[in-house]
Design a binder for this molecule. Structure first.
Ligand code: ZN
Length: 453
């Protein structure tokens, strides 16, 4: 099995139980997993592949993205949806999304993954919930497998259209038996629950205002038949979302989730901006996770999720960039910085959250939310997923006394190296697995077609 040595790391940020930050650090990898962590002097002097970072790079665990809609890369900055709140934004975009094709799913998935990889993400979850024309989740899985990112693919769904009181037009919803049949097929075809798995499946009915309570219950029942298959949806995103829940179910969103069996260690909800204090306690007690998406929440004026309160009540919190049409970026390390700043604004307290706590949310937090015990920190036996960032970049000038905090305080836009499952996916700031210029061209061509037709 091939070995890899990364040596002369300026600071190795392990995120392990002791939160060790090792000066002149090194990592020794065998095949897909880390075998040794320590100083350059302590580790073997050589390996099949050696990366000498010459004391000029920080290395940390790859960041984890817990909520996204890759296909929305094709509908960024749509003029009619630029200044809308959540429900108006959705109803403006549904007819455009109805033109999505299998090719669009494939290309947008690679484009979104490329943006994530270049900004430090090594594991992502994506939520594809609209399947018009020839779209399947298979094309997205193939796209991400080819680009080399660790991937949790969510089989999303919408089944309650306008005629039944839902938000989406009837033309983009599916029949519930078809959704469940395809969900089972995808789990049996792709879900890998083994350690260091690169592909896992999640079941993800889209939101309270686009699926029935029955589909929520049936999806939960099915997911729980298969070890490692998790549940994901949108919850309590803004005030209209809460109003819809009260009017249609007679319950606030947290109680709605509980009533359909959607609290538990195998569940995580996106946003939770308007989660009540009582629901936060229930999430903490049951281990129900939250994907915090600060840029999207600001962009759609949904509000600021109370992540300090969530952390204080033991709610697992991870970061999500959310879909590329409501961010409209997919830069995970920048999302971490935004989460950091916004948590302080929310509580009007400059000590509400520290830079190192945000790094924990972006790595350990995301791993917990996705139910992984093989990623999120660097230690023997863990997956070899890590990123390296050059300390000499202008944004770090004057901050060398605490470069770990500088990762969040200062503006880092991209990484120099990224290894996933022991493979070099970003090398000197460039992707090794796709031709980026061609990918951008294809994305622009498909996006233009969807807006014009
Ligand atoms: Zn979303």
């Amino acid at each position: 099995m091939p070995t890899l040595l990364v040596k002369n790391i300026h600071t190795l940020i392990t995120m392990d139980a002791a939160r060790r930050e090792i000066r002149n650090g090194a990592l020794f990898v065998r095949d897909r997993a880390i075998e040794q962590v320590g100083t350059t002097q302590e580790l073997p002097a050589t390996a099949d592949e050696v990366l000498d970072l010459q004391g000029r790079y920080l290395v940390l665990p790859g960041l984890v993205n817990t909520h996204h809609h890759f296909y929305q890369t094709l509908t960024r900055v749509v003029p009619a949806a630029q200044d809308c709140d959540l429900f108006n934004w959705l109803t403006t975009l549904y007819p455009i999304w109805a033109k999505l094709t299998a090719e669009g799913v494939y290309v947008s998935a690679q484009m979104a993954a490329a943006e994530l990889l270049l900004s430090g993400c090594t594991t992502a979850s994506d939520h594809l919930y609209i399947y018009p024309n020839d779209c399947t989740l298979d094309d997205e899985i193939r796209a991400v497998q080819e680009i080399g990112m660790r991937f949790h693919a969510s089989r999303g769904s919408m089944s309650v259209g306008e005629s039944l009181g839902g938000l989406p037009p009837d033309s983009v919803v599916e029949k519930e038996p078809d959704i469940l049949k395809d969900s089972q097929r995808l789990i049996e075809q792709y879900h890998d629950n083994s350690r260091h798995a690169m592909t896992r499946i999640t079941l993800a009915p889209c939101s309270p205002f686009s699926v029935s309570q029955d589909l929520m219950r049936e999806s939960a029942k099915m997911a729980r038949l298969y070890p490692g298959v998790r549940l994901h949806t949108h919850l309590a995103e803004n005030k209209s979302d809460v109003t819809y829940s009260l009017e249609n179910f007679g319950m606030i969103p947290g109680d709605y989730a509980e009533s359909v069996g959607w609290l538990g260690e195998d569940v995580w909800h996106a946003h939770c901006v308007q989660l009540s204090d009582d629901s936060i306690l229930k999430f903490g007690k049951t281990g129900t996770g939250v994907a915090h998406c600060p840029c999207s929440n600001m962009r759609l004026a949904s509000g600021i999720a109370p992540i300090r309160k969530m952390l204080d009540h033991n709610v697992p919190v991870g970061l999500g960039v959310d879909g590329s049409a409501s961010n409209d970026a997919g830069n995970l390390i920048q999302e971490a910085r935004t989460a950091f700043l916004l948590a302080r604004v929310r509580d009007r307290d400059a000590s509400a959250i520290t830079a190192r706590e945000i790094l924990e949310i972006a790595t350990l937090g995301g791993a917990k939310v996705l139910g992984r015990d093989d990623i999120g920190y660097l230690a023997p036996g863990m997956s070899a997923d890590f990123i390296a960032i050059n300390c000499d970049r202008p944004q770090f000038a004057g901050a060398h006394h605490d470069l770990v905090a500088a990762l969040i305080f200062c503006q880092v836009h991209s990484v120099d190296y990224s290894f996933i499952n022991g493979k070099r996916v970003v090398d000197q700031g460039r992707l090794t697995t796709v031709e980026l210029e061609t990918l951008v061209e294809k994305t622009n061509r498909i996006a233009q077609g969807m807006l014009e037709s």
